[in-house]
Design a protein around this ligand. Structure first.
Ligand code: FES
Length: 107
């Protein structure tokens, strides 16, 4: 089994608690959220239509889509509120030497 490959995204200080920010990683847009529970990473594009979730809101662990109001749990990408029905892909995330790193599968 191959070792997971983490990719460095940004300094950990870029994201304050209760905030979120999107980063480009290859052809993906990754949303990183910092909550009381820590850092979480998931796809930044809503599973319902085409909307960037970093333009929405973060309330606790709930990410709310700016377009039609669907909501997702940032800890695992699961759907918390309609109209979305499909979860978002979530990714392992960690902090190393003050940097946020995310494990994203290769192409
Ligand atoms: S595009 Fe996000 S809820 Fe419709």
């Amino acid at each position: 089994m191959s070792e997971p490959v983490y990719q460095r995204l940004a300094p950990a200080t870029e994201i304050a608690e209760n905030s979120m920010r999107a980063y480009a990683l290859g052809d993906r847009s990754i949303l990183v959220c910092r909550t009381k529970a820590g850092l979480h990473a998931l796809d930044n594009i809503c599973s319902h239509g085409y909307a960037k979730l970093d333009e929405g809101r973060l309330r606790g662990v709930r990410v709310i889509c700016p377009l039609h109001g669907a909501s997702f749990d940032c800890r695992d990408g699961s759907v918390l509120g309609a109209p979305a029905t499909a979860p978002l892909q979530s990714y392992p995330v960690r902090t190393v030497d003050g940097w946020i790193e995310v494990e994203v599968p290769g192409p």
